[in-house]
Design a protein around this ligand. Structure first.
Ligand code: ARG
Length: 458
């Protein structure tokens, strides 16, 4: 036998650097556990159908378990000439148990084998990502509950818009994460499908039982078309898309954290563990972790684009291009898992500078809408009120003061409907607390929001 499992019809000597280019073993060794699990189930099914004997099945199962053990103990040497994890494992098995090992690939192709491994891999990782997302949701919820009294500026265009509760702001991320979690959960029904038994493309003449391997591997469904089974990579695109979107959410939060921690804002302080110093400037404390998450969101989006481009021109069914589905996916999984963990730790250990935030909302015009609404309640049409308040703001800016620094005479000069209760109306705490429309930033509304959010985790 030649070194290559498919060597029979070949005469020319293999060229090392061509083998190197062709191989995927450097990265698809990640799939070894899935590959062994798939093979053990396949062998069990072959034995049940009388295609191999029970003794052969036992030898194969024990042999594969030993191959996996060797790998974990670091004593396996996989070879580039054997291309990928599938052929390396099969070779190691044959080395261990001889002829019975050579029967494992009966009624199977690497095309349904690799698809099975990938489905098992994606299913496992997606479930882990869902758990990580939920952990972060709980951290966000804790922050919202512990800081329900803290007011901060709310922005549009990064210009102060209206004051809001910090809890209201941070809870936005809870809802983003909820949608992320739902997307991953929903995708599972398309991931949790068994391609095993599709063969290379068209099924097999052997009397196999695909239902049996489906059950043994814990898949919910079977692919109903063998060609679809070996050429579908939609679930990988979907997973990369879901990962990219969580990463975009984490990146937006990172951006906010970076801004909040700037000396210009000074809203929060990150714990030392999640920051770094400068090699030259001794005073520095940099939010590197947040910046890295923001940066890494580019990589995951890149992997999604690569996968879309990879698939778009591929004819049915398997094409070697598909080997390129792995590195981007594995990298994206590592990236999102790490980013969720880091973000969770960073959020859980940050401190909120309440005093700075309190002072900040006192020193801006984010209560201007309030003054306009006040006039509207006195019967002034909103458009006129808007104009009046705009002029008052301009005067204040020219005199370097805020609305609440205006005297009652000054207010009344702008509009005679204004009365002494205006000072109370313009206080940030009052501004926030009056917004109790459903989903609003008033304390009551936010408490209700938090209650509903907690219910979603039950
Ligand atoms: N290493 C290959 C991949 O990841 C496995 C499938 C190879 N199949 C084939 N017919 N060449 O796609």
């Amino acid at each position: 036998m030649t070194e290559k499992a498919w060597g029979g019809r070949f005469q020319g000597e293999a060229i090392e650097w061509v083998d190197e280019f062709n191989a995927s073993i450097h990265f698809d060794n990640t799939l070894i556990e899935m590959d062994v699990a798939g093979s053990i189930s396949h062998a069990a099914m072959l034995a049940k159908q009388g295609i191999i004997t029970d003794d052969e099945r036992r030898e194969i199962t024990d042999g594969l378990t030993a191959v996996l053990e060797d790998y974990k103990n670091g004593i396996t040497e996989f070879s580039v000439a054997r291309e990928d994890i599938h052929m390396n494992v099969e070779h190691a098995l044959i080395e261990k148990i001889g002829d019975a090992g050579g029967k494992l690939h009966t009624a199977r192709s690497r095309n349904d084998q690799v698809a099975t491994d990938m489905h098992l891999y994606v299913k496992g990782r997606v479930n882990e990502i869902i758990e990580s997302i939920e952990r972060m949701q709980k951290t966000v919820l804790g922050l919202a509950k512990d800081n329900i009294h803290v007011i901060m500026p709310g922005y549009t265009h990064l210009q102060r818009a209206q004051p809001v509760l910090f809890s209201h702001h941070i809870m936005v991320y809870f809802w983003m994460l909820k949608r992320d979690k739902e997307r991953f959960s929903d995708s599972l029904k398309r991931i949790d499908v068994s391609p095993l038994g599709a063969g290379a493309i068209s099924g097999t003449t052997f009397d196999i039982d695909r239902e049996e391997t489906r059950q043994l591997l814990g898949f919910s469904e079977l692919y109903q078309n063998s060609m679809d089974a070996v050429s579908d990579r939609d679930y990988i695109i979907e997973t990369l898309s879901n990962i990219s979107l969580v990463m975009v959410h984490l990146s937006r939060l990172s951006e906010e954290i970076i801004f909040w921690m700037s000396e210009e804002a000074g809203f929060i302080q990150l714990s030392d563990q999640f920051t770094t110093g400068s090699s030259m400037m001794p005073q520095k404390k940099n939010p590197d972790m947040a910046e890295l998450i923001r940066g890494k969101s580019a990589r995951t989006a890149g992997s999604l684009m690569s996968m879309l481009m990879l698939l778009k021109g591929l004819p049915l069914t398997y094409n070697k291009d598909m080997q390129e589905d792995k590195e981007g996916l594995f990298d994206a999984v590592t990236t999102v898992t790490g980013s969720l963990k880091i973000m969770n730790g960073m959020l859980g250990s940050m401190t909120i500078n309440e005093e700075t935030l309190e002072k900040t909302v006192e020193e801006d015009f984010s209560n201007a809408t309030e003054l306009a609404d006040y006039l509207v309640q006195k019967g002034v049409p909103f458009r006129n009120a808007h104009e009046v308040v705009g002029k008052a703001v301009l005067k204040c800016i020219n005199q370097q003061k805020y609305l609440r620094d205006m005297s009652l005479e000054e207010f009344r000069a702008e509009h005679d409907a204004i009365e002494p209760d205006i000072y109370e109306v313009l206080a940030p705490k009052v501004v926030v607390d009056r917004r109790n429309s459903t989903g609003g930033t008033g304390t009551k509304a936010v408490e209700e929001q938090i209650r509903i959010a907690e219910d979603t985790l039950k």
